[in-house]
Write a protein that binds this ligand. Structure first.
Ligand SMILES: C[S@@+](CC[C@H](N)C(=O)[O-])C[C@H]1O[C@@H](n2cnc3c(N)ncnc32)[C@H](O)[C@@H]1O
Length: 301
């Protein structure tokens, strides 16, 4: 199987949070629900390969050869959660990744595991269309590389009133697509952002015209993006809050170059106060210690 290298310094943290949430969720809800499910819509292979670069010899240390480390990815982590989920669904659009997921599933012969090959939006739509949610609860993990999750997909998840969703939002993707100079904002880029956020309102919120004047009147007009990463994250948070009954403050994740690249959100689709209370308690317990002032810039929490 091909090695699946992805993520950076924040990936371990992200996967640890997911693991802790899944464990707490399945422990707390086990007595009350006959079916607890986990749906991983960007499942990968179950393995995360980390390449450690070769290091040259120094005065104090001998040279170190390049080495590959194989760690558990989200799919494998979910299968190891105790008490176990009653059904686990893995989705991925890459054929080789689905093959790896099927091999992983075969090493858990007594578990109900479905592997679905396809675009996550289509696969989620098909999965949710067939289901009735009475007596069931689920956690879904949306872990795309970029901006692959459509707003209409989030609406379907919300409509179940039964799924807690961990959603990794690509701030880097939004920042790249929303080019600083609006002249470079092509119709394709605009459509991608609108598909992800479910509204064209981001354009008015993120861009402004500024007119410089001198004694004789206006001399220069510029039209440019005024939103920084924090403003974009706040916009995304507002959008999610307009859809889900509860959204926890996100955890900002940074790249290896210390650039803010992703925001990890927990959104709860069940409007019942009891369900919100429990998911919030677990989510806060897991997220709060990680929310340093450096990782949070939005206000009001
Ligand atoms: C960041 S990786 C997921 C890593 C995984 N959560 C883990 O911890 O091992 C993103 C995965 O999404 C898959 N993918 C990319 N675009 C997709 C799409 N539109 N629908 C479904 N899967 C997609 C990729 O093949 C890749 O396996």
């Amino acid at each position: 199987m091909d090695d699946h290298e992805f993520g950076g310094v924040s990936t371990d943290l992200k996967l640890k949070l997911i693991e802790d949430y899944l464990t707490a969720f399945s422990t707390a809800l086990r007595p009350y629900f006959s079916e607890l499910w986990y749906i991983d819509a960007f499942a990968g292979t179950g393995v995360r390969t980390v390449k450690h670069k070769a290091q040259p010899e120094t005065l104090f240390m001998p040279a170190i050869e390049e080495r590959m480390e194989r760690l558990r990815g989200s799919a494998r982590i979910a299968l190891d959660v105790k008490p176990p989920f009653d059904r686990v669904v893995f989705m991925d659009k890459k054929k080789a990744h689905c093959k790896a997921l099927e091999a992983l599933a075969s090493s858990y012969p007594n578990r109900r595991i479905d592997v679905v090959k396809g675009d996550a939006n289509d696969a989620i739509r098909a999965e949710l269309a067939e289901r009735r949610w009475a007596g069931k609860r689920a956690v879904m993990f949306l872990d795309p590389y970029g901006m692959a999750v459509d707003w209409s997909t989030l609406q379907l998840i919300r409509d179940t009133e039964a799924i807690d969703v961990w959603y990794l939002v690509s701030l880097a993707g939004l920042f790249r697509q929303a080019s600083h100079d609006p002249a470079n904002l092509t119709p394709k880029k605009k459509a991608a952002i609108t598909r992800m956020l479910g509204t064209p309102e981001w354009e008015d919120a993120w861009y402004a015209r500024e007119t410089k004047t001198d004694l004789l009147g206006p001399v220069d007009e510029t039209h440019q993006r005024i939103a920084d990463v924090a403003a974009m994250e706040t916009f995304v948070e507002g959008r999610l809050k307009s859809l889900f009954p509860k959204v926890l403050p996100p955890l900002r994740l940074r790249s290896d170059k210390n650039v803010p690249s992703f925001s990890l959100f927990l959104a709860i689709s069940n409007p019942e106060p009891k369900a919100i209370g429990l998911a919030t308690k677990i989510g806060n317990h897991i997220l709060k210690p990680k929310l340093s002032p450096a990782s949070r810039h939005t206000s009001g929490r």
